[in-house]
Design a protein around this ligand. Structure first.
Ligand code: FAD
Length: 169
């Protein structure tokens, strides 16, 4: 067990104790799509997926983790999405934080490592699929055209998400 109470596992959710597997919030597991950096991520859908992968591996159907972390929640009638992983150096926001209608790129080392959105479906789901296919998006590509890579564009996206702002966390 690590200092924060999580348990290190490999990409098959195996611990260092024979025949013991860990998944969900407690698992410090390699994050697919983020260079297999290990992290303990507290998302409902990831815990659900870990349960399936651990069960397959326990049954000797060797299956590595290969999902992109995806968080969603609803607060006061607004739905929030987040996908990816990592500590950004810069966040580029398109749309309006005040009106809770935006999408954001989380950027590190010139690369988009994660995205979030409110009122901009299905952009974040699109990005999770994009990462799952092994593709990556650079800051330079975002600067050239922030909408260029998006496959399923939300309604009136060019008007609704024109406003650009940058946060340096
Ligand atoms: C307030 C709150 C809101 C959240 N909202 C969201 C959200 O909107 N979207 C989202 O994706 N995620 C959300 N999460 C996170 C999500 O709930 C967790 O990521 C998910 O439940 C983790 O599942 P798990 O099975 O790993 O752990 P848990 O759901 O915590 O299950 C662990 C179980 O083990 C039991 N247990 C503990 N110790 C023992 C023991 N010694 N013996 C036997 N049983 C034991 C516990 O009682 C518990 O039932 C939220 C979490 C909280 C606390």
């Amino acid at each position: 067990m690590l200092d924060d109470g999580s348990i290190a596992v490999d990409k098959y959710l195996k611990t260092n104790v024979e025949n013991v597997y860990a998944g969900g919030d407690i698992a410090y597991a390699p994050v697919f799509g983020s260079n297999d950096i290990s992290a303990a991520i507290g998302h409902f859908s990831l815990a659900h997926y870990h349960g399936k992968i651990a069960a397959l591996n326990i049954c000797a159907k060797s299956t590595p983790l290969n999902t992109i972390p995806f968080f969603w929640t609803t607060l006061f009638g607004k739905s929030y999405r987040y996908t990816g992983y990592g500590k950004p150096e810069k966040i580029k926001i398109y749309g309006s934080l005040e009106n809770l209608e935006f999408f954001a790129y989380y950027i590190k080392g010139g690369k988009v490592i994660a995205m979030s959105s409110v009122g901009a479906d299905p952009i974040v789901a699109d990005f999770a699929n994009f990462q799952h296919e092994g593709k990556s998006l650079t800051e330079a590509e975002v600067n050239t055209n922030p909408f260029g890579w998006i496959r399923n564009k939300p309604k009136n996206f060019e008007e609704r998400f024109q406003n650009e702002s940058i946060v340096n966390p």
